[in-house]
Design a protein around this ligand. Structure first.
Ligand code: HMG
Length: 450
């Protein structure tokens, strides 16, 4: 108890970065000097760049590194992309690349933007007469738009802004509860700040309107704005990515005919449509790809994930986000996913690597980026299912994971080179790699690999 007390601190946020590091190192680690050096060793060598990174968050001590990779050969709407991916899990980039290569001579990926509308809400309680409010709602709407015209001016010039404002009476769910449900077009930005600024201004206008409009004269001035905030559930900011080809063109898979493959593949997707346990893993595979590109472009992966999973449950049961059909000899596989992403604003241009990611993608619009991200999600899902219904997942995944196991075993360069050759033809598992390394170490027969 006494020891734990020492570990709490007041005013930590006001300490300098060096003092924060010292305090953490001295209070939580057995080798504080080593830890201090380690944390500092991950600082960016350019102090200006480090300052930018520090500014993204709070109480920053250092940087947390993740691999930045690329998946080449993505043909999307007849354009070839090399897609940047930030992910710590082995085999994800390889799987996306392999599916991109697979579909590159079969027409590639096609995408369709179904909508780009985003949603925000002003939640309020009020004991007034809703029929009166409905009557004067057009007047309120006009006032809301007028009072936010300075906030929306630039977005309107770009073709976006506030699309609609609805008044929802939700008294049947919660006493005195009403809502302004607002839809927005935010063009190339994800739009969170724009939406929230408008909603907060709406809250003020709404309070004033209800308190001062003559139609409510004599009634109690009892409106309470509970909160004004965007919704991360954006089912109408939706993209479809798809691939298709004649079943025969799928080719053979390790001795499995194209027909058998296609029908096993479709069955695997159907199972993920009906069984939530399987759907969760299936969608995790899709998000392997999606999150990696969302991270590489410094978009908000928490928003994308929460929205994707809400969308997967939109009919009351959690289901696979992708679907498959086999009709008239054609294999078709597609993914509908809401993706509220931006290519301007937020950290997209501020993060030096995200800026490079967008450049690598040819500085896409938000709509184009939605298509790229959805295609990578679909590619990832295709590669995972292809492995699952043919060889099983472990063969390819463990092949890629081999280096992690070797690093864990502190294998030297020679041992690693031997292991890579040996495991080309042998099954990788933690114990098989450990046994292999132990055996070559014990035999002391480590030939030099040329
Ligand atoms: P393979 O057939 O052994 O690969 O597949 P290959 O050596 O024949 O190479 C074919 C292509 O794959 C390459 O073409 C690359 O595009 C790519 P090339 O570059 O030679 O012209 N590729 C690589 N790219 C980069 N680095 C590499 C590399 N190796 C191949 N080292 C592969 C191997 C891993 C691709 C395959 O087995 C596969 O796709 N497996 C699926 C892996 C997977 O889905 N991993 C995700 C983690 S598991 C998970 O979390 C999700 C899951 O549970 C979801 C679900 O259940 O649905 C599975």
């Amino acid at each position: 108890m006494g020891q734990d007390k020492q570990k709490s601190v007041r005013g930590f946020s006001k300490l300098s970065k060096t003092d924060k590091i010292r305090w953490i190192a001295e209070n939580f680690f057995k080798e504080p000097e080593l830890v201090k050096k380690e944390l500092i060793s991950f600082w960016h060598p350019n102090a200006d760049q480090q300052k930018i990174l520090d500014g993204f968050s709070e109480n920053t001590l250092s940087n947390f590194m993740l691999p930045y990779g690329v998946a080449p050969n993505f043909i999307i709407n007849d354009k070839t992309y090399c897609v940047p991916m930030v992910i710590e899990e082995s085999s994800v980039v390889a799987a996306a690349s392999s599916a991109a290569k697979f579909w590159s001579n079969k027409g590639g990926f096609k995408t369709e933007i179904i909508g780009t509308t985003k949603i925000g809400q002003v939640h309020f309680t009020w004991q007034g007469d809703i029929s009166k409010l409905r009557k004067v709602f057009p007047e309120l709407k006009e006032k809301l738009l007028e009072d936010t015209s300075h906030i929306t001016a630039n977005m309107r010039k770009r073709g976006g802004g506030i699309l609609d404002i609805e008044l929802l009476d939700l008294n049947h769910l919660e006493t005195d509860y009403f809502q302004l449900k607002v839809s927005f077009e935010t063009c190339d930005s994800m739009g969170a700040n724009f939406i929230n600024s408008n909603l907060e201004a709406f809250g003020k206008t709404l309070s004033q309107f209800l308190a001062t409009h003559p139609v409510f004269e004599g009634e109690e001035k009892n409106v309470t704005i509970i909160m004004a905030i965007l919704s991360n559930f954006t089912p109408d900011c939706l993209v479809r990515a798809s691939v298709e080809c004649p079943i025969a063109e799928l080719g053979d898979f390790e001795g499995m005919s194209a027909n058998v493959f296609a029908s096993k593949f479709k069955k695997a997707v159907t199972i993920a449509r009906i069984d939530p346990y399987r759907a969760t893993t299936h969608n995790k595979g899709i998000f392997n790809g999606i999150d990696a590109v969302v991270l590489a472009t410094a978009n908000d992966f928490r928003a994308i994930e929460s929205c994707g999973h809400a969308y997967a449950s939109k009919d009351g049961q959690y289901r696979s986000l992708s679907q498959c059909s086999l009709e008239n000899g054609i294999f078709k596989f597609w993914l509908d996913i809401p993706l509220a992403v931006g290519t301007v604003g937020g950290l997209t241009r501020l993060h030096p690597m995200a800026n490079r990611s967008l450049e690598m993608l040819g500085n896409p619009t938000a709509r184009e980026l939605m298509g790229i991200i959805a295609s990578v999600g679909l590619a990832q899902n295709f590669a995972a299912l292809k492995s699952l219904v043919t060889t099983g997942i472990q063969k390819g995944h463990m092949k890629m994971h081999l280096l992690n196991i070797l690093n864990h075993m502190e294998a030297n360069e020679n041992e690693t080179a031997q292991a890579v050759i040996y495991f080309e033809k042998n099954m990788v598992s933690f114990s098989s790699v450990r046994d292999f390394i132990v055996s070559i170490r014990e035999n002391k027969t480590i030939p030099t690999i040329k």
